[in-house]
Structure formats: C-alpha cells, structure tokens
Design a protein around this ligand. Structure first.
Ligand SMILES: [Zn+2]
Ligand SMILES: [Zn+2]
Ligand SMILES: [Zn+2]
Length: 170
C-alpha cells in the first residue's frame, strides 16, 4: 500500500502552497487563484484586440439570437435579484437588531396617531382623494385640515388658521 501523498502542493508560478480548488488539484492543476487571475489578465491584455474583434463579430453574426437571449434572461435575472434583496430584508427584520429597530420605530413620535393621520391626509390631498376647501366657518380661501378624530385620517374639516386656533382653544 502506497502512502497518501500529503506534501503541500505548490503553485508552479509562484512556488507558494496552492489554494486551488479540490477539483483542480484532483486534475493535477495547482496554479493558485492569484496567479490564475494574473495570467488571465495578462492573456486578455496581450490579445485584447483579437478578443474584442471576435466578440464584435459574434455580436454582428448572432445579433438576433443574442438579443432574444437577453430578452429571455434579463427579466429572470431581475426577478432573482429582487428576490435576493427581499430575502436580505426579511433576514434583517427577523434578526435581533432588526426587531429592536422595528420596536423603536413603532414607539417613535413619528408613529403617533396624530402624525400618521396628518401624513395620510396630506397624501390623500396630493392624490386628489381629498379636495382643498375654503374655511368652513368664515369662507377664507387658505384653509388647513383639522381632524376631529385622528382615528379617521381622511375625515377632515377645512379651517383657516384663525378659525382653526379657535376650534382648538374652545
Ligand atoms: Zn501562484
Ligand atoms: Zn385642528
Ligand atoms: Zn376661518
């Protein structure tokens, strides 16, 4: 029985212990990753003109196929990327830090019903869902929204600033 050869494999280019993949080593290829990248870059630089010309020619002769392939593949890639981002978000939300952040968000003043109601009402005005009105008590043209109840964000009364102040002080 022959001993297993466990002497460290050296990269033939830099003579350092190699970090090639197990699969490469199984095929007696010991070039380390850094040397392989450097070799590929050097090859590209030496043959740049030819490589670019080749890819140009391929693009011209196979134009329709390439475009069809992109049309088919890009939406898939986009969907995959979106799904990846969403999974990052979910992972963050479920992490202790993410949950603490969300709890703080719920407790923050910005989530107060008053603030939320005003935000929703402003948004409804911007969408045309609520229409600006003159002051309901004196008819002044510049009126602001007043909520009788912040639990009904889209139920507002339009009041000019002085009338609005009177409503709040009475
Ligand atoms: Zn090397
Ligand atoms: Zn008010
Ligand atoms: Zn008024």
């Amino acid at each position: 029985m022959a001993d297993r050869d466990d002497t460290p494999k050296l990269c033939p280019h830099c003579q350092q212990p190699t970090d090639a993949s197990a699969n490469s080593i199984a095929h007696w290829v010991y070039t380390c990753r850094a040397c392989r990248t450097a070799k590929a870059a050097a090859y590209y630089l030496r043959n740049r003109a030819r490589i670019l010309e080749q890819s140009d020619r391929r693009y011209q002769t196979h134009h329709d196929e390439i475009i069809a392939h992109r049309r088919q593949v890009r939406p898939q890639q986009r969907r995959a990327a979106l799904e990846r981002y969403r999974s990052y978000g979910r992972k963050w939300q479920q992490s202790p830090a993410g949950r603490a952040y969300y709890q703080a968000y719920l407790r923050s003043p910005a989530q107060h019903p008053k603030v939320t109601a005003r935000r929703l009402a402003r948004y409804a005005v911007s969408r045309g869902q609520l229409i600006r009105q003159p002051c309901e008590s004196c008819g002044a043209l510049t009126a602001e929204m007043h909520h009788d109840s912040y639990l009904e964000p889209l139920t507002v009364r339009w009041l000019c600033p002085p009338c609005h102040r009177r409503v709040h002080s009475s």
